[in-house]
Design a protein around this ligand. Structure first.
Ligand code: GLN
Ligand code: ZN
Length: 791
């Protein structure tokens, strides 16, 4: 029998039960026991879904209250000393509560139990005394993990109680269990140290020891398989890292009573490691055959005897229904060669797709049959396994053959319908993309000339103040939007409610004395979904949530067809806002790179083409805004670097394409029209040439959390255009003082000429309350005025 398993499954819950349980607990509205109860329910459901789909192993260990990388750090006792959970951390060499004290002399700092939920969430979210662990994107996904923080005081030790409990929990339901863990190489690779001179690979031996001990514990519980997620193997690794990996894995040779090990890779090709992996003491290897189908060839000729190949043939990163017949064609020879040593799985963890299509009653009826979410993907894998096995079994019952034939026919039909759909191909769109000429991505004059023309047109004071776009999304706004969606608030009433909100936001900005205003974005639930609802070629889901970090989820729209803008999307709102004030109001758009990156994108057209279609649609909107008298247009690209390929060699071409798309969207306006862009992360140095090439007149960026350090890179690069470095962190309700912002601005002025500086917060204000927002902005305006006066 061909075994089916999944590398991981969504854990937020079918109806986001875990999200709501977490947020209720954090608000103090529910107890730890209630949170645990909700978590237990979600875990039970995910295992049930897997078992019902016919998976041979259910996965344990991929669940996490907040983040599975955090859980791995806790499992390994890697809690930074700054949190003070060691109590007498300096003397905590006794290993109290630790499940082992590695033979190499590593010592326990802290046990998981005493850390408790408060400690767990302190690491995840920070507390009064300490900021949280740093958070960053999991490879090229939109999932964010908490970065392990290591230094010379780190003492690794195993704290497996919680994990072992979960194993028992699954076993109690009668499930056969595979435990999924972040692999030791990947965990160490993703970790960071702020201590100069500390090489985290010094921890490799202790790390291997902890895993080896854990394997023994799991073996003792009757766990047959452990999956080690070593996604780091698809990234650039130098010889020192590979050597460290060899040493770690060599240790598992002699791990006593250990379960069998499945090494899982995803998001890329690991064929260059084929020889190395052949030597590691592993019992199975998972390959992502969606992203990197060709890598199979490097492994196949001499697949080691007794080793399992887990074939990732169903796309775990996207929501398209599998072409079952095509998958079978790939799998049949593998099945013939490997027999039961061939396993089937999604290409990667299903964490990155929504839970189920069930209940998506309002989803575009033509598109829905083309889709498969996590639960449906398990069904596809099970069907593939049945089809492979049926071929072996001459006396399989006839109804089995019929069922398989039916499923294949349904898959063919879905594929055929998608191929034939007129909504996936628009002649006009294709023709426009074909007709793109280089000059379309060029402004008339270089920035220096444009800056003069824009200043003449806008007459802004030095160090102009502005905000990033959104203002607090109050309960009243949410209620109006929800009522409108339910059909209880008519279109006109809804429009009026939004207009009233815009008027209020304009009034408040004028009162604050801001120089460049925004309309506040009350009509937008989400900066991508809002446009997806207006563009042709997009479908939106009701419940297609995907975890972004902790309790936060996103609902990526589905880009299934050629992108066409049937009518203006933001012009009415912008014109209305502008009519209320003499100050310039920024038009507010989401850029082509972000629209692409934060959507589920069709897989039947190169992404670059899709990006150009988006760029053209946005270009039309930019020009329409200009024609309607809007003098400043912001094109947000917060996801600009998110799609960056994992391997350095692939990045340049990708960035070139991203820059081209942005410029295409922005460059169709007169010199006097000022184009802004906004990005909110703090890693720019490696991509500065491309940021500069975007040639936005003004870029607003997050930098307050790094105390303007980020600007040094811009200065060193001689970044030529205008910059608005965020002077306060909108992620916190704290109201920064005038002095604090002034100090940051002075620091900014010391590296960037002040004629090129703007004054603004880090990001949009939609998650904040009005009181703190007004107080902070008042201080911000005061700081800008003080600085102007001191010039
Ligand atoms: N204009 C958007 C806002 O202010 C930008 C959001 C973002 O950068 N993520 O909300
Ligand atoms: Zn932002």
């Amino acid at each position: 029998m061909t075994l089916v398993h999944t590398l991981g499954f969504p854990r937020i819950g079918e109806r986001r039960e875990l999200k709501f349980a977490l947020e209720s607990f954090w608000r103090g509205d529910s107890s730890a026991a209630q949170l645990e109860e909700a978590a237990r329910f979600v875990r039970a459901r995910r295992w049930q879904t897997q078992a019902r789909a016919g998976l041979g192993l259910v996965t344990v260990g991929d669940f996490a209250l907040y983040d599975h990388v955090l859980d791995a750090s806790l499992l390994l006792g890697a809690v930074p000393a700054r949190f003070g959970f060691g109590g007498d951390a300096g003397t905590a060499g006794h290993g109290a509560g630790a499940d082992n004290a590695p033979a190499t002399g590593a010592q326990a700092v802290v046990d998981r139990a005493p850390l408790g939920l408060a400690g767990h969430f302190a690491l995840a979210r920070g507390n009064a005394a300490q900021p949280a662990l740093e958070m960053t994107k999991w490879f090229d996904t939109n999932y964010h993990y908490l970065v392990p923080e290591l230094d010379s005081r780190t003492r690794l030790s195993l704290h497996a109680a919680a994990l072992l409990d979960e194993v028992r929990e699954a076993q109690a339901f009668g499930h056969r269990v595979k435990v999924a863990l972040v692999g030791p190489l990947t965990w160490l690779r993703l970790a960071k140290s702020h201590e100069a001179g500390f090489d985290r690979r010094a921890l490799a031996a202790d790390l291997a020891e902890c895993y080896a001990t854990l394997f023994g514990r799991l073996g003792g519980l009757g766990v047959e398989w452990v999956q080690l997620d070593e996604t780091a193997l698809v990234t650039d690794l130098d010889d020192d890292w590979l050597h460290a990996a060899d040493l770690i894995y060599a240790r598992f040779n002699r791990a006593e009573g250990r379960p069998r090990l499945l090494l899982a890779t995803a998001f890329g090709d690991v064929s260059r490691h084929a020889d190395r992996l052949a030597g590691w003491p592993i019992d199975g290897l998972h390959l992502d055959l969606v992203r990197a189908p060709d890598q199979l060839a490097a492994f196949l000729p001499d697949w080691p005897e007794g080793r399992v190949l887990s074939a990732g043939v169903v796309d775990g990163r996207n929501i398209w229904r599998n072409d079952l017949r095509l998958s079978l064609a790939t799998l049949a020879p593998l099945h013939a060669a490997l027999g039961d040593r061939l396993w089937l799985a999604p290409s990667c963890s299903l964490l990155h797709v929504p839970v189920t299509l069930d209940g998506e009653d309002k989803l575009d009826a033509e598109v829905k049959p083309w889709l498969a979410f996590a639960t449906e993907k398990l069904g596809e894998l099970a069907l593939l396994a049945r089809a492979l096995d049926a071929g072996d079994n001459a006396d399989a019952p006839a109804h089995e053959a019929t069922a398989i034939a039916r499923a294949l026919a349904a898959s063919d039909a879905a594929r055929g319908a998608r191929l034939a759909s007129r909504r996936t191909r628009h002649r006009t769109v294709r023709a426009r993309v074909e007709a793109i000429t280089p000059d379309m991505a060029e402004r008339f004059s270089p920035h220096a000339g444009r800056a003069v023309a824009q200043q003449a047109a806008l007459g802004l004071p030095p160090l102009p103040t502005t905000t990033i776009g959104s203002f607090p999304q109050t309960p009243a706004i949410r209620a109006a939007r929800a009522a409108h969606k339910r059909g209880e608030l008519g279109a006109l009433d809804y429009l009026n409610a939004m207009r009233a909100e815009v008027a209020e936001v304009i009034r408040r900005q004028e009162a604050l004395g801001l120089d460049v205003l925004v309309h506040g974005e009350p009509e937008r639930t989400d900066m991508v979904e809002y446009f997806a609802e207006k563009l042709w070629g997009y479908a939106v889901t009701a419940n297609g949530w995907v975890q972004s970090y902790g309790s936060r989820c996103v609902k990526p729209p589905i880009l299934f067809g050629d992108v066409l803008r049937p009518e203006a999307m933001t012009v009415d709102t912008a014109v209305h806002a502008q009519s209320l004030t003499g100050k310039p109001v920024k038009g507010m758009l989401t850029g082509p790179v972000t629209m692409l990156q934060w959507s589920f994108v069709r897989d039947d057209l190169p992404r670059e083409q899709v990006q150009l279609q988006l760029a053209l649609a946005l270009r039309d909107e930019v020009q329409a805004l200009e024609a309607a008298g809007i003098r400043i247009i912001q094109i947000d690209e917060p996801a600009f670097r998110e799609g960056l390929p994992l391997r350095a060699a692939d990045q340049g071409a990708w960035l070139d394409a991203a820059v081209r798309a942005f410029r295409l969207s922005a460059a169709g306006v007169a010199d006097t029209t000022q184009i802004h862009t906004h990005m909110c992360y703090s890693e720019f140095n490696d991509v500065l040439p491309w940021i500069a090439a975007m040639d936005a007149d003004v870029i607003t960026i997050e930098t307050s959390r790094s105390a303007m350090e980020l600007l040094d890179g811009f200065a060193a690069f001689d970044y030529p255009n205008q910059i608005g470095p965020g002077v306060y962190d909108i992620h916190s309700p704290r109201v920064p003082s005038v002095e604090a912002m002034l100090a940051l601005l002075e620091r900014a002025c010391s590296v960037i000429p002040r004629e090129r500086l703007w004054v603004n917060p880090d990001c949009g204000l939609k998650t904040r309350g009005w009181a703190e927002t007004e107080a902070a902005l008042a201080n911000m305006v005061a700081a800008a005025r003080r600085l102007r006066a001191s010039a």
